[in-house]
Design a protein around this ligand. Structure first.
Ligand SMILES: [Zn+2]
Length: 149
């Protein structure tokens, strides 16, 4: 599973999950990809996006199944994606820019295990993954980011 940072023709940033680079190209060519904000089918690879940590390292099989399910939804963005994002925002703690630090604390059991969301750079996410911490990238439209539960 790979994640691409994407933008639409109106410069809305979002992300997409694909089984391979070829999968991305195929979905893009067949116009299956669309911007979660404006619905534009003109999608290109770009930079930067928010991230969500899926929690601890238990039950990898279950998480993998979830990831696959979500990946499917991302290919057909729209109401389903919006609902997924609303669900995630309602069920995660927003730790903002402290995300990499909090993710580590949870991983090393220095903080209670819970689902968090926040911001991290590509580099920070790479470091977290190298430490074995599961980090999930999400195509959260900007207008949903400010929401608090
Ligand atoms: Zn757009």
């Amino acid at each position: 599973m790979i994640v691409f940072n994407l933008t639409c023709s109106n410069d809305h940033p979002f992300e997409g999950w694909f089984s391979s680079a070829a999968d991305f190209e195929q979905q893009r060519k067949s116009a299956l990809l669309s911007c979660p904000v404006c619905g534009s089918n003109r999608v290109n690879k770009a930079l930067h996006a928010p991230y969500v940590n899926t929690g601890g390292t238990h039950q990898p099989a279950e998480r993998e199944r979830q990831t696959k399910g979500e990946a499917k939804q991302y290919a057909n963005v729209g109401d389903e994606l919006s609902q997924l994002i609303e669900h995630l925002i309602a069920n995660t703690d927003d730790v903002g820019d402290a995300f990499p630090e909090e993710a580590r604390k949870i991983h090393y059991q220095e903080a209670p295990e819970r689902k968090i969301r926040g911001n991290a750079s590509r580099e920070e996410v790479k470091d977290l993954r190298e430490e074995g911490i599961e980090v999930m990238a999400l195509p959260i439209p900007r207008h949903l980011l400010g929401k608090r539960h």
